[in-house]
Ligand binder design. Structure first.
Ligand SMILES: Nc1ncnc2c1ncn2[C@@H]1O[C@H](COP(=O)(O)OP(=O)(O)OP(=O)(O)O)[C@@H](O)[C@H]1O
Ligand SMILES: [Mg+2]
Length: 276
């Protein structure tokens, strides 16, 4: 299996205002992202990092340029279609968690599945499984304000991965966390990356770049430096795990034939133990 291209941005521009007030958050921005990359984006405040992430996450549109997602030009498709693609392919994590305060943790995590056609029972089961992975199953019926910042961010990560997207976007996910909670969150993102997912994360913290396979520094809406720390050939390969049957305490998964003999790769079900 090869690590093929998941995202291509060509001559992307985001302009605000006209005439005297015209300014560019992104200017002729080009970027190709391969499956399995863990990209960290850094750069001074206002250089366009959030703008870039919002466009990749289909939350915002560029003024000009092409955005190719899995071979499809998605820059000018309808907002409805963008929302569907986002629900299926992209999980987003924000600095301030963005949980809905009057929904329980379980309902927050189940929310993205509303857009992917799951029944309510299946939504809640999947949300519960995702929360277990982050050791939050005891708190399913808590509300966000009853959790610490680190716990809320883990709920937000559970929500981002519940629909099994292949791309995870994170905008300063550790920006509001102490160093211990940051470490836990980064280890969770690392595990998600090792399963073959593509992660694009914005951070102001240079010490977190140890987790990245590629570090991009932005300046005034363009790429200033772009350094790969892991060769393409060594990026993690995707492990497609299909949830086949779930009984009360047992999750049965069907691994693709190519994954079966390789014990060194972890399946999603084997990752449920471990950290507190
Ligand atoms: N709605 C808007 N209207 C006008 N200008 C905007 C708007 N949103 C963002 N900008 C401008 O676009 C530029 C890039 O903003 P962006 O939020 O992407 O920066 P950033 O790199 O994420 O900064 P930070 O590190 O502070 O989060 C900034 O100059 C900002 O003022
Ligand atoms: Mg920002």
């Amino acid at each position: 299996m090869t690590n093929d291209i998941v995202i291509e941005l060509k001559e992307l521009t985001k302009r605000y205002g006209y005439g005297d007030t015209e300014s560019f958050a992104l200017k002729d921005f080009n970027l190709t992202i391969k499956r399995g990359e863990f990209i960290m984006i850094m750069g001074p405040s206002g250089c366009g990092k959030t703008t870039l992430l919002n466009i990749i996450g289909l939350l915002d549109r560029a003024t000009d340029g092409e955005y190719i997602l899995n071979g499809e030009d998605v820059a000018s498709i309808s907002s409805r279609r963008q929302a569907k693609l986002r629900a299926k392919k992209i999980g987003i994590i924000f600095q301030n968690f963005n949980l809905i305060e009057d929904l329980t943790i379980l309902d927050n995590v189940a929310l993205p599945l509303v857009y992917t056609g799951h029944s309510q029972t299946s939504r809640l089961k999947n949300a519960s499984t995702a929360l277990k992975r982050f050791h939050l199953q005891e708190r399913e019926y808590y509300f966000p304000n009853q959790l610490s910042g680190g716990q809320q961010q883990r709920v937000a990560i559970a929500r981002a991965i519940v629909s099994d997207p292949e791309i995870i976007l994170a905008d300063e996910p550790t920006g509001n966390l102490d160093s211990r909670s940051s470490h836990i969150v980064m280890e969770e993102l690392k595990a998600i990356h090792e399963e073959g997912n593509t992660i694009i994360m914005v951070t102001h913290n240079p010490s977190l770049t140890v987790y990245a396979t590629r570090v991009i520094n932005m300046l005034d809406g363009h790429i200033d430096t772009d350094v790969k720390t892991v060769a393409d050939a060594n990026l993690p390969q995707p492990i497609s795990v299909k949830i086949k049957k779930r009984s009360e305490n047992k999750l049965t998964v069907e691994l693709p034939a190519s994954e079966k003999p390789n014990k060194s790769k972890k399946s999603k079900s084997s990752k449920k133990g471990g950290k507190k």
